[in-house]
Design a protein around this ligand. Structure first.
Ligand SMILES: [Zn+2]
Ligand SMILES: [Zn+2]
Length: 437
């Protein structure tokens, strides 16, 4: 346990009415500087999480540690939301205003490279996306906000499992409509009905940006990601007698070419999208002198808006049906919808940008294009207005990309992340003061 977290928590006040139905505005008593973040206490905590990575929804040890830390700070803890999600609630004063700050807790099924002191102790599991750092940062921010008496309202600290989507369906293996990930599971489990907020915020360490950089933008920050499977069914036969068969390979090949026009000819030029057809599998034979009966094609579709996503899904189906009809085949299209696009709403994005600009020695970028990667904060940002930020972590000692076996979270950016979460709370308060004026 970090030493400073053991200090006596300040008494917290609850809303006298107990009513949470109509969140109003967070407000600060004054706008003086917050306590300087003390990140060093959280480095060992982060490295302990790194040594003990957990996957998907099976993050019991991490959730225990998070719950214990919050409890010791005096933060009210709710567990078991989205199976292993943890929610900490910190209330102060008489305001019913509320915002959510979110971190993810899960790791990846990767073997970490050797030679690191705090290397993963679990074979085949590794914090290769820095969620150990996100969890430590949010706890560090909670510690700061417990110690700070200059605000009123409610802060909901959301610690979610399964951001990486591993274990989809393991809440109920038989459920056809199982949550795709921890963010969706927590939202479906009533996260924002139980803890209503006016905005939600999250950040992700970003190895493409140097230390001391914060990036945020209004609109799409991360893409929607959907997996597609297209099965062309023809009629197999002897390769020397194609007139007696119906060749699904030819149909599939025409479809692959046609699908290249979806982005180039149908998506608006200023919109970004990706259609990548990545795997081709003939069914029933591997012989070169046999026309197979069917061919399975797999790929991924990425988009930055729900409208583009819907367009691509519709046109993929139409093109597949058209090509199949042209060549006398049948076709079955399966689209496995993954995460929706992560869209930053204007108000919280503006709050986050102003918060970042108030931090010393931080360069704020609002000019970067969105990433075509995906992020399950999107489910929270669909439920309430949200903002998702990138926090630079690249320097000479931290060059590895996310999901690389050489990756490690940069402990040197913990303090910036803590300060950023706190500054967001403070900026919410400042905007409230302005709006009251
Ligand atoms: Zn990841
Ligand atoms: Zn991640």
């Amino acid at each position: 346990m970090p030493a400073s977290a053991a200090k006596q928590p300040l008494p917290l006040q609850r809303s006298p009415s107990g009513s949470r139905s109509a969140p109003t505005l967070l407000k600060w008593g004054s706008l003086t500087e917050m306590n300087a973040p003390n990140a060093s206490d959280w480095v060992s905590f982060r490295q302990d999480l790194h040594r003990h990575p957990e996957l998907g929804f099976a993050v019991e040890r991490t959730a225990d540690k998070v719950s214990k830390a919050l409890t010791e700070m005096g933060v009210e803890v709710h567990r078991g939301i989205g199976k292993t999600g943890v929610v900490g609630v910190l209330r102060r004063g008489n305001s019913d205003a509320a915002i959510a700050l979110r971190a993810d807790m899960d790791a990846l099924p990767i073997d970490e490279i050797k030679g690191r002191d705090h290397r993963s102790e679990y074979a085949g599991k590794m914090h290769a996306c820095g969620h150990d750092g996100h969890t430590a940062m949010l706890l560090g921010a909670a510690e700061q906000l417990v110690a700070c008496t200059e605000w009123e309202g409610t802060i909901v600290f959301v610690f979610q499992p399964a951001e990486e989507g591993i274990g989809r369906g393991n809440l109920d293996p038989d459920a056809v409509d199982a949550p795709r990930c921890g963010g969706e599971a927590m939202v479906r489990d009533g996260l924002f009905e139980r803890f209503p907020v006016r905005a939600a915020y999250a950040l992700h360490n970003w190895p493409a940006l140097p230390v001391g950089t914060v990036a945020v933008r209004v609109g799409a920050m991360m893409a929607a990601t959907d997996e597609i499977e297209i099965l062309f069914e023809g009629r197999g036969g002897h390769a020397a007698m194609p007139d007696e068969a119906c060749d699904p390979v030819v149909a599939m090949a025409h479809f692959v070419v046609a699908a290249q026009t979806l982005v180039s000819r149908e998506v608006a030029p200023a919109e970004a999208a990706v259609v990548s057809l990545t795997q081709i599998e003939t069914r029933g034979t591997r012989a070169s002198n046999v026309i197979p009966g069917s061919v399975l094609l797999r790929g991924t579709v990425r988009s930055l808006s729900l409208a583009t996503r819907a367009l691509l899904h519709r046109r993929l189906r139409e093109q597949a049906a058209g090509v199949a009809a042209t060549f006398g085949c049948k076709v079955h299209v399966t689209i496995d919808e993954g995460y929706p696009p992560t869209i930053n709403a204007p108000r919280p994005a503006g709050i986050a940008e102003r918060a970042a600009r108030r931090l010393p020695d931080v360069q704020v970028r609002t000019d970067l294009p969105p990433s075509m990667g995906a992020e399950d904060f999107s489910f929270l940002a669909q439920a309430v207005p949200g903002a998702y930020l990138w926090l630079g972590q690249a320097d000479d000692a931290h060059t590895a990309k996310l999901h690389s076996p050489a990756y490690d979270f940069h402990d040197g950016v913990l303090d910036t992340g803590i300060a950023l979460f706190c500054a967001i709370v403070r900026e919410e308060a400042r905007s409230s003061v302005r709006s009251v004026d």
